[in-house]
Design a protein around this ligand. Structure first.
Ligand SMILES: NC(=O)c1ccc[n+]([C@@H]2O[C@H](COP(=O)([O-])OP(=O)(O)OC[C@H]3O[C@@H](n4cnc5c(N)ncnc54)[C@H](O)[C@@H]3O)[C@@H](O)[C@H]2O)c1
Length: 285
C-alpha cells in the first residue's frame, strides 16, 4: 500500500543490476511512493543486466554511467535534472565491487592496483558523486543521500576482504560530507548497514551461505531482506527523517548488538573440530 511518502520528489538510483539488487527494490518502492526517478549503472551492466527492463516497468530513463568517472557523474546529474524537471531530492548509492575478491586474492596477498579499484568503485565513487552534485548545486534544500554499507566496516568477518576497508571509508565519507552539505544546504547524508543479502555482489563473498545463516541465527529479528532495506531507504528519503544525518544506520535485525544467541550456540556446539584446509593444516580462527 502506498503512503505517497515521496510525492513530488525527484531521485536518482545508482546500482540496479537485476531483480535481486537492493537498488532494484528501492527503485520499485520509490515509484510506488510517488517519486519520479532516473536509473543509472555502468554501460556494461546496462548491456548485460536487466536494468532497461526495470526502466520500462517503471517508465523511467536509464542513464549508462561509470560512477568512478567525474564526467559521467556530471552527465547523470545534468540529464536527471533535465528529465525530472528540477533539482534532485534523493540519491541512492548502491554500488560495490572488489576485483581482489573476484580474483580470489586473500587479504594478506592483495594486489594493490586492484585494491585501488575496490576503493574507487565502492567508496570514493560516493565522494565523487556528492562533490559533483554539490558543485552543480544539483541537490535540493533538505535532500537525502544514502549509501549501502555492511557491518564489516566495524567488525572483522571472515572472507569480506578489502571490501571491509572500502565500507569503513564509505561510512567516513558520509560523516565528513554530511557535515559540510548539512551546514550549507540541510542535505542529509547517511549509510544503511544492511544484513547479508543474496544478490550478485553478495554471493561473490567467500562462505556467503554460512555468513547468512550465522547472521540469521544471531539476529533476534533475523536477517533483513532487500525489500525491507528498500522500505528503510524510502523512510530515509522522505520528510519523516529531516534531522537524521552523518549516521551509519544498522538495518540487520539486531545482529550488530549481539555477542552470542542460543540459536547460534546450538549450531556451534555441534562441532569443536578445528577447521582444516585440503592439506589437513589447521586454518587460523
Ligand atoms: N548483498 C549483501 O549482502 C549486502 C550487504 C550489505 C551491503 N550491501 C551493499 O549493497 C550495495 C548493492 O549491492 P547488491 O547486494 O544489491 O548487489 P548488486 O550486485 O545487485 O549491486 C552492485 C551494483 O554495483 C554496480 N557497479 C559496480 N561498479 C560500478 C561502477 N563503476 N559504477 C556504477 N555502478 C557500479 C553493479 O553494476 C551493480 O549494479 C553494495 O554497496 C553492497 O556492498 C550488500
Amino acid at each position: 500500500m502506498s503512503h505517497h511518502l515521496l510525492k513530488g520528489k525527484r531521485g536518482i538510483i545508482f546500482g540496479a543490476l537485476n531483480n535481486l539488487s537492493i537498488a532494484w527494490k528501492v527503485a520499485e518502492k520509490a515509484v510506488e511512493e510517488s517519486a519520479n526517478i532516473t536509473l543509472t549503472n555502468t554501460p556494461v551492466a546496462v548491456r548485460m543486466g536487466d536494468v532497461s527492463q526495470l526502466g520500462e516497468q517503471l517508465n523511467c530513463e536509464v542513464i549508462p554511467a561509470d560512477a568512478t568517472d567525474l564526467e559521467d557523474l556530471e552527465m547523470v546529474f545534468a540529464k536527471s535534472m533535465e528529465i525530472l524537471g528540477g533539482p534532485i531530492d534523493f540519491v541512492l548509492h548502491s554500488i560495490g565491487m572488489s576485483p581482489n575478491v573476484r580474483k580470489k586474492r586473500p587479504y594478506d596477498d592483495l594486489d594493490y592496483n586492484l585494491l585501488n579499484q575496490t576503493l574507487d568503485i565502492s567508496a570514493v565513487s560516493f565522494h565523487k558523486m556528492i562533490q559533483t552534485a554539490k558543485k552543480m548545486d544539483a541537490i535540493s534544500e533538505g535532500g537525502s543521500i544514502i549509501a549501502l554499507s555492511y557491518v564489516a566496516a566495524q567488525r572483522t568477518l571472515f572472507g569480506y576482504n578489502d571490501m571491509a576497508d572500502a565500507k569503513a571509508m564509505l561510512e567516513s565519507i558520509a560523516r565528513s560530507f554530511g557535515y559540510i552539505y548539512g551546514r550549507e544546504k540541510n542535505v542529509r547524508i547517511n549509510t544503511i548497514s544492511q544484513s547479508p543479502t543474496m544478490t550478485t555482489a553478495g554471493s561473490g563473498i567467500k562462505g556467503f551461505d554460512g555468513l547468512m545463516d550465522f547472521s540469521n541465527r544471531m539476529a533476534p529479528l533475523g536477517n533483513a531482506t532487500a525489500d525491507e532495506c528498500a522500505d528503510y531507504c524510502i523512510v530515509m528519503f522522505s520528510d519523516l527523517t529531516k534531522k537524521v544525518t552523518m549516521q551509519n544506520l544498522f538495518h540487520d535485525g539486531g545482529f550488530s548488538s549481539m555477542g552470542m544467541s542460543l540459536r547460534a550456540m546450538d549450531q556451534y556446539n555441534k562441532s569443536f573440530d578445528q577447521y582444516r584446509d585440503e592439506q589437513g593444516k589447521i586454518v587460523y580462527g
